[in-house]
Design a protein around this ligand. Sequence first.
Ligand SMILES: O=C(CO)[C@@H](O)[C@H](O)COP(=O)(O)O
Length: 227
Amino acid sequence: MAGVKATIAPSMLSSDFANLASEAERMLEFGADWLHMDIMDGHFVPNLTIGAPVIQSLRKHTNAYLDCHLMVTNPLDYIEPLAKAGASGFTFHVEVSQENWQELVQKIKAKGMKPGVALRPGTPIEQVFPLVEAEAPVELVLVMTVEPGFGGQKFMPEMMDKVRVLREKYPSLDIEVDGGLGPTTIDVAASAGANCIVAGSSVFGAPSPQDVISILRKSVEGAQCKS
Ligand SMILES: O=C(CO)[C@@H](O)[C@H](O)COP(=O)(O)O
């Protein structure tokens, strides 16, 4: 797994939104690499969270990489506002982009953001291959390990087959996993080949978030040494 960096991204969905800036600062002090921002429209998923105005407010307080996961039906509408707001990564869902993914990726890149594609647990992994192999490719694949919409759900180990297939095919791709990740589930994800780890409740709910971040990182780095 040469060339992929262990990246730990606390999911700010589990933070205290009323104190977002200080929660973000705390996570970065604890060793987080990215801040994972879950943008939901109440349509693609049955939950409504934040959008560009909140990213813009947070951007005033931090230079951190803001890893935005768009759980929305019309990702195209979000590119311009999120770029202006200061988003760093823009990951849209393959299920809503069958027709226009090339346009999406080109626009995301043109706005200086890192393009990624996510897939729901029920979506076959083959659907993302063309996006990774395109002339203007996505640079990250987010394998959802729970149904998108809410934090605190149970990790789905059967999703690791998707991660293994991706890692085998694309040794230097950023492969992100999201949902139910924590000290008890990280080893299976890391050994399957995931290198970007999103974790919400296991980090924010821990007596020592710093220790959890460190356990996640060590597991990913350890798995890379073995491969
Ligand atoms: O995208 C999502 C949920 O849709 C995630 O980012 C969750 O927020 C992760 O939370 P935990 O499962 O780690 O609590």
